[in-house]
Design a binder for this molecule. Structure first.
Ligand SMILES: Nc1nc2c(ncn2[C@@H]2O[C@H](COP(=O)(O)OP(=O)(O)OP(=O)(O)O)[C@@H](O)[C@H]2O)c(=O)[nH]1
Ligand SMILES: [Mg+2]
Ligand SMILES: [Zn+2]
Length: 155
């Protein structure tokens, strides 16, 4: 398993000892894969056993959102009630009770760092999902316009 261009099919070929799977170079501009493998394929290995080559994962999505992350860190939510600002991000703002707790050791730093990075990941996953939805809506609109123009031409 792995994203496109990770080298899954290259490994398959190496283990089978033959060019049984198509491989292609990653895009020069951003080094991303080109989704070369498009379906699952099972390859018997010369030494016995089989290997399944799969298409690259299109998106390694986080299954959760910011609220769910917070729910998994109840002690941070609770401490947050003591922050000066109600919408404190526990970042650079003054009077942050969460960061104070990290400093005095009552909240483990590892816990705080884990919360921060999951929060960040959830926020960017949400952004990507929005972008996805926006593009789909644009495509639908484009098709509708084409449809109208086509019918206009027929009249
Ligand atoms: N430098 C280097 N390049 C590698 C390695 N493994 C694979 N590549 C190259 O990376 C590119 C992509 O490899 P693929 O095997 O097609 O990748 P894939 O994971 O099967 O990609 P998809 O089929 O698109 O999901 C090819 O140009 C490979 O030659 C490696 O270990 N080192
Ligand atoms: Mg492949
Ligand atoms: Zn805070």
């Amino acid at each position: 398993m792995g994203e496109s261009g990770a080298g899954k099919s290259t490994l398959v070929n190496a283990l089978v000892g033959d060019e049984v799977a198509a491989v292609s170079a990653v895009r020069a501009s951003d080094h991303r894969g080109r989704h070369t493998t498009t379906w699952r394929q099972l390859h018997p290995l010369p030494g016995g056993g089989v290997l399944i080559d799969t298409p690259g994962l299109r998106e390694v999505g986080l299954w959760t959102d910011e609220a769910a992350v917070d729910a998994a860190f109840p002690e941070i939510e609770e401490l947050g009630e003591g922050c000066r600002f109600r919408d404190c991000t526990h970042g650079p703002e003054p009077g942050c009770a969460v960061r104070a707790a990290v400093e005095d050791g009552s909240l483990g730093e590892e816990r705080f760092v884990a919360w921060e990075s999951l929060r960040r990941e959830a926020a960017s996953a949400a952004l990507r999902a929005d972008e996805h939805a926006r593009r789909a809506a644009d495509r639908r609109f484009g098709r509708a316009v084409k449809d109208v123009l086509k019918h206009k031409g027929q009249r």
